[in-house]
Design a protein around this ligand. Structure first.
Ligand code: NAI
Ligand code: MG
Length: 335
């Protein structure tokens, strides 16, 4: 039985973790949880937001399901999410967004998978004061090697999943060296995949296109910060942050997590939508080659969204709470 490191995390993390544990148990997923701490919760329990034993557990088992981790704004410790992605060189952040049945949005045919470069760019927060409190600088690094591997990953995914098009998003008109290099590498790699259509769009146009005609996008590949922003936008097209899962994947490890954060505004109220974290767990089951179990859970989710809407959480138009939503999925899986 594969061991999976489980990090409940902060805010709504423990609530949605309980939900996902219950559902995977009822679905008889073949996983043995190894619970570890990280984030603010670990500052309390271990005096360190990223305890050495958590790193060692991921090194040993090479797969983790991680709840959201709070990162203090401004002063305070740096993002543990970024630290984990860097430490394990999880270069591909894969974020699907797909129209779901029973969720009312203005869009009906969204089915996109966003590949976000996960180790470089502005997002890694390499900053310094030029003059403390007066002027600050932030460094964005883009390398050919890192661009090649994420763009190849996007094309390979497109080939494996019968996808038709890859859209590369950049700002090469202004950031000519960094995102210019990313675009140049994309154009080179695209020639190796003649059966896949390739296009490039500038990020601001992309933001507009995504809300006007989201159905025209298939596989998207972009740099770290643009990917962060566009993946929340993509979530908004299909029902919000409560419904989109993600995987951070590298050569030696994979960490699955929701797109959303710790949602302090609703933490502890029992009303968090467990779907985003559940979809992340389902992506993890696919990664573990437990595709049948993954498919059964997906089908159960679709049934609940269509036939038991009142049990769903309020963010997607239901009248229920985390628990009623979880129980409804479990009842479909094991009546
Ligand atoms: P957020 O994603 O936590 O919340 C944004 C909005 O979406 C809030 O109104 C929240 O209530 C709602 N929301 C999020 N998940 C939901 C769910 N499952 N069900 C229902 N509603 C949900 O973003 P925010 O507030 O900007 O960040 C809060 C904290 O989370 C920050 O410390 C941030 O650094 C951290 N964060 C961590 C991430 C991670 O661990 N991968 C990702 C994003 C943010
Ligand atoms: Mg984000």
């Amino acid at each position: 039985m594969p061991h999976v490191v489980l990090i409940p995390g902060d805010g709504i993390g423990p609530e949605i973790t309980e939900s996902v544990k219950q559902i995977l148990h009822v679905a008889q997923a073949d996983v043995q949880w190894v619970e570890c701490a990280a984030g603010e919760a670990a500052v309390t329990s271990h005096g360190n937001p990223l305890p050495e034993e958590t790193i060692q557990a991921i090194e040993r088992h090479r797969i983790a399901l991680k709840g959201p981790l709070t990162t203090p704004v401004g002063a305070g410790f740096r993002s543990i999410n970024v630290a984990l992605r860097q430490h394990f060189d999880l270069f591909a952040n894969i974020r699907p967004a797909r129209t779901l049945p029973g969720i009312d949005t203005p869009f009906r045919h969204v089915d996109m998978v966003l590949f976000r470069e996960n180790t470089q760019g502005l997002y890694i927060g390499r900053e310094r004061w030029v003059e403390e409190g007066q002027e600050a600088e932030s460094l964005a690094v883009v390398s050919r090697k890192a661009s090649e591997r994420i763009i190849k990953e996007a094309f390979e995914y497109a080939m494996r999943h019968g996808r038709k098009k890859v859209s590369l998003i950049h700002k090469a008109n202004i950031l000519k060296f960094t995102t210019g290099l990313f675009l140049e590498v994309g154009r080179e790699i695209a020639t190796q995949y003649p059966s896949i259509e390739f296009e490039d769009l500038i990020i601001d146009n992309m933001a507009m296109q995504m809300v006007m005609r989201p159905e025209r996008f298939d596989v998207i590949v972009t740099t770290n910060m643009f990917g962060d922003i566009l993946s929340d936008l993509a979530s908004g097209l299909v029902g919000g942050l409560g419904v989109t899962g993600a995987g951070n994947v590298g050569e030696s490890a994979a960490i699955f997590e929701a797109v959303h954060g710790s949602a302090p505004d609703i933490a502890g109220k029992g009303i968090a939508n467990p779907l985003a974290f559940l979809f992340s767990a389902v992506m993890m089951l696919d990664h573990l080659d437990q595709n049948k179990t993954a498919e059964r859970i997906r089908a159960a989710i679709y049934t609940v969204l269509q036939e038991h809407k009142s049990d769903c959480t309020a963010d997607i138009g239901g009248e229920g709470q985390t628990k009623s939503f979880t129980d409804a999925i479990c009842n479909v899986l094991s009546p």
